[in-house]
Write a protein that binds this ligand. Structure first.
Ligand code: TYD
Ligand code: MG
Length: 464
């Protein structure tokens, strides 16, 4: 995309905590994020970086009608699930941040992408700050890459590394990771790699370099335990695209989500499976996630959830067992503990036949996935009831619906998309909130079992 008139931007001043990156509008003596004292520093939020071709100088207002935009081709990375999340590939000169927990597979994914596009005519440069070039080579071998056209640079002083990179005339530059590189210019490189100031300066330098050279740059960033890209959210403001690779380390599945994209939608989700030779795209996630489910699974329910705009069937499991402690335990893996507490409390109060006050309840989402949406409440409730009653629901049943505090069921969005996915995978009926059908009339071959409330839904599911 090239925009041919010049547009102006303003810089905004904000304060951020040196320790955790928590942002505030004013200077504060104690950080509300991590309680650190005197950690607040001022910094200027950079102008929203202009897309390639757009130089941000003139302050004169511009009529949108006068702007002329040409489509420049994106650089597809040859990995379907990654390109899907990027919106078709990398925009020239864009800066993309890939975040995720250490060990989740970021370097693997990026190296695969690098290997898939690199050729002697189209070189890719990999700044390896975390590993030695020979370690990168070992990984590349494991991934079955020849390494032709793939240049590894071990230099972590960014100015010099970028000079070396530019000499190769690369089609793509990868920085693994932003926490290990530093700008020499900043205090002569004295504030070490990984410090807040270095993270910011390095990212800004990469941003300028990417825009000037029109070479896309992929940045890898580790995530702190709170889920922020180490520490500072400010990196997210600077870069054009933010992707997160997530999943349970002990499970093979990985989800790649877009959380920001200046050039496309953030609704797409990529699904991968970690294998011995790298990450493989999972084209049929629903099939994969429910593949191992036995037909008469007790304590299990299938929920058609939405990952971005993509419907994915997910199995929710629950196990109830008499508690040996005075305060029964509630454990949630892959879903919000507060949703579990809410659903167990509502079940105990509204359904006489499900008394959970003396029961430990463990809830689990299969495949190391995480469900973020309340539409999975009803599935969770059914899984708990099934375990408590020691009775399986019909194997061809799915459930959708948010549970309210008085036991009512609340409607969910994009019903038809969810039902289509369930139908595609052979499910025949769906328990869902009655209220949903007043607004949406889904075209579906699935038998709909509308329920007025949670009690009604449990009755319908048990009697079918
Ligand atoms: P890595 O890409 O190094 O993670 P990150 O860069 O996010 O820290 O991935 C590391 C894990 O992936 C490691 O535990 C080994 C595993 N792995 C595989 O299972 N298969 C493979 O082909 C590769 C390269 C790694
Ligand atoms: Mg790595």
């Amino acid at each position: 995309m090239t925009i041919t008139r010049k547009v102006g931007h303003r810089e905004r001043s904000v304060f951020a905590c040196k320790e955790c990156g928590h942002e505030t509008a004013k200077w504060v003596d104690r950080c509300p994020g991590c309680d650190a004292w005197n950690s607040s520093v001022e910094w200027r939020e950079p102008k929203a970086a202009a897309p390639p071709g757009l130089t941000a100088t003139a302050e004169a207002p511009v009529q949108l009608a006068e702007l002329h935009i040409e489509n420049t081709p994106r650089l597809p990375l040859g990995i379907g699930e990654l390109d899907r999340v990027l919106g078709g590939g990398l925009v020239p000169g864009s800066l993309v941040l890939l975040g995720g927990d250490p060990g989740i597979g970021k370097s693997t994914l990026i190296l695969q992408a690098a290997g898939s596009i690199a050729s002697p005519k189209r070189p890719v440069v990999y700044l390896a700050g975390e590993e030695s070039p020979s370690q990168v080579k070992l990984r590349a071998e494991r991934l079955g890459l020849t390494g032709e056209g793939l240049y590894v640079i071990g230099e972590t002083a960014l100015e010099r590394a970028l000079e070396q990179a530019a000499a190769q005339n690369p089609a793509l530059v990868i920085v693994d990771s932003i926490q290990t590189v530093y700008c020499e210019e900043l205090e002569g490189g004295r504030s070490g790699p990984g410090s807040l100031a270095q993270l910011r300066e390095s990212t800004l330098l990469l941003m300028r370099w990417a825009k000037q050279s029109s070479v896309p740059v992929f940045l890898i960033g580790h995530v702190t335990k709170d889920g922020d890209i180490a520490g500072p959210r400010m990196l997210e403001h600077i870069v054009d695209v933010v992707l997160y690779l997530e999943g349970d380390r002990y499970s093979a599945y990985r989800l790649l989500r877009g959380v920001k994209n200046r050039f496309g939608s953030v609704d797409e989700v990529g699904v991968f499976e970690m294998a011995g030779d790298g990450l493989r795209g999972v084209e049929n996630p629903s099939e994969a996630f429910i593949a191992e489910r036995p037909a008469d699974a007790i304590g299990s329910a299938i929920v058609p959830t939405l990952e971005g705009s993509r419907p994915v069937l997910i199995e929710v499991q629950a196990l109830t067992s008499p508690s040996v402690t005075p305060a029964p335990r509630r454990t949630a893996n892959g879903l919000d503990i507060n949703r579990l507490l809410l659903v167990t409390a509502v079940l105990s109060r509204r359904l006489n036949m499900v008394q959970l006050a003396q029961q430990d309840v463990i809830a689990n989402v299969i495949g190391g996935l995480r469900i973020g949406e309340p539409a999975a409440d009803l599935g969770l409730a059914l899984a708990i009831v099934s375990s408590f009653k020691d009775k399986a629901f019909p194997p061809d049943l799915v459930a959708i619906g948010e549970v309210g505090l008085s036991g009512e069921l609340r409607s969910v969005a994009h019903l038809e998309r969810r039902l289509l996915e369930a139908e595609r995978l052979g499910f025949k009926r769906c328990v869902l909130p009655e209220s949903t059908l007043t607004r949406q009339r889904p075209q579906t071959g699935i038998e709909l079992l509308p329920a007025a409330g949670l009690r009604d839904a449990v009755r319908l599911a048990l009697n079918h």
